[in-house]
Design a protein around this ligand. Structure first.
Ligand code: C5P
Length: 406
């Protein structure tokens, strides 16, 4: 049977994007119903949603005389309820079980998965109250599609923009389909997993860069396995040619410094952080603003002597600020003394777990399989050759055990 996505629309300027969101859900093959707060109707006329969905738009608790308990029938019809945009006010109300209009009453009555995409002014978004309310919702298993950064309607610049619509669609479909496949282990529900993946490219000039051969497959497999187990996942990815796993929020970066900045944004809110990116150790000290020409004496000299400076160690930098209960996982790709070198990295970088790979012999780079050892302060578990997806699951299971003190 066709599944129903209930879209909750609350009163902020990003409401105009909800119309496009409805279209995207319809294009993905779902039936869509819309419930609006009274405030939302000041921004967009309900007729817009009625025309798009060919369904009545629900607004007031007592609007439908034929259905005196409208909030219950709406809640029961929904296979997933996504509130996008969700104002600070509505996030606060649903975090505290307040049900004083049709949308919030439906949220309280709804047993289907709930997805919340906040949008508001940067100061309202960053206010401790809002962050605590979103964290409360997340702990209960609500999927939060974090607001993005940029120019806001109020004129401020910062976080608070409604997330990219594709990210909202992915998170909603993952919540919907994940719930349908409820036989899968959802042991990461309510957890936030951050994963770095792929290489970094360090520019020399607008066309040349220093990079490495990482395909990103291991990190993408970890992100996919984590979302399948119910986690909210932020995947910070260097340049790769892989599709983002459904339901994962992807932050795309090019350089190590950009990757560090993205990690600084996401790390403090994470429960598990997996640093699988093959970060370039060095970057050119200066980046030419034009293509360096071999035929030009000065350019050619610059090309022959690209001066390099060390990139920050992202894992080590983040692990320094680790809080109790947060689990940090790193990788060590080695050609010899694999476990011994991994142990040194574990200590030097203050990680909780190092996944040690022997590289060469067709293992690790670019392949779909991987053979690794899981090195922790307590010991080392040698795993057989397995698919990167299976290895991803083993890594996450170990990280969960470490986080729970096992
Ligand atoms: O020191 P090495 O590069 O071998 O360490 C590998 C681990 O450290 C990986 O988990 C990698 O993602 C992380 N790393 C990092 N930032 C760097 C270098 C490595 O996060 N600049």
């Amino acid at each position: 049977m066709e599944k129903t996505i209930l879209v909750g629309v609350t009163g902020c300027i990003a409401v105009y994007k909800s119309a496009e969101l409805v279209r995207l859900f319809q294009k993905a093959g779902y039936r869509v119903k819309v419930v609006m707060t009274e405030h939302a109707t000041h921004f967009v006329d309900p007729l817009t949603f009625r025309s798009l969905t060919h369904e009545p738009v629900a607004i007031g608790l007592f609007d439908d005389p034929s259905d005196p308990i409208h909030h219950i029938s709406l809640a029961e019809e929904a296979d997933v309820f996504v509130i996008a945009p969700c104002t600070a006010n509505v996030a606060a109300k649903i975090a505290h079980g307040i049900a004083d209009d049709l949308l919030t009453t439906t949220a309280l009555a709804c047993t289907a998965p709930l997805v919340v995409a906040p949008a508001m002014n940067v100061h309202m978004y960053e206010a401790a109250a809002t962050q605590e309310n979103l964290a409360t919702l997340e702990k209960r298993g609500v999927r939060i599609v974090e607001a993005g950064s940029g120019y806001l309607a109020c004129g401020d610049v910062g976080r608070g923009r409604l997330a990219d619509l594709n990210d909202i669609v992915s998170a909603t479909i993952a919540a919907l389909e994940g719930d349908a496949a409820s036989d899968g282990d959802q042991d990461l529900a309510g957890k936030h997993v951050v994963v770095t993946a792929g290489p970094t490219y360090e520019p020399i000039d607008p066309v040349r860069f220093i990079g490495n051969r990482s395909s990103g497959k291991m990190g993408y497999a970890i992100a996919q396995a984590a979302v399948e187990r119910g986690a909210r996942v932020t995947l910070i990815s260097g340049p790769v040619s892989l599709d983002a796993p459904t339901g994962v929020q992807v932050v795309r970066v090019q350089t190590a410094l950009e990757m560090l900045a993205a990690c600084e944004d996401a790390f403090s809110q994470s429960d598990i952080a997996v640093f699988s990116a093959a970060v370039a150790d060095m970057r050119p000290e200066t980046v030419s603003d034009h293509k360096l020409k071999k035929s030009d004496t000065e350019d050619s000299a610059a090309l022959q002597q690209v001066r390099l400076v060390a990139n920050p160690d992202i894992l080590a930098t983040m692990a320094q600020g680790k809080r109790a209960g947060q689990v940090v996982v790193g990788f060590a790709a080695e050609t010899n003394d694999v476990v011994e070198n991994a142990r040194k990295k574990l200590e030097a970088k203050r990680a909780d777990l190092i996944v040690a790979n022997r590289i060469g012999e067709g293992v690790a780079f670019g392949t779909d399989d991987n053979q690794a050892s899981l090195v922790t302060p307590d010991g080392c578990e040698d795993l057989p050759l397995m698919s990167k997806h299976d290895l991803a699951d083993r890594i996450l299971t170990r990280a969960v055990e470490i986080g729970s003190g096992c």
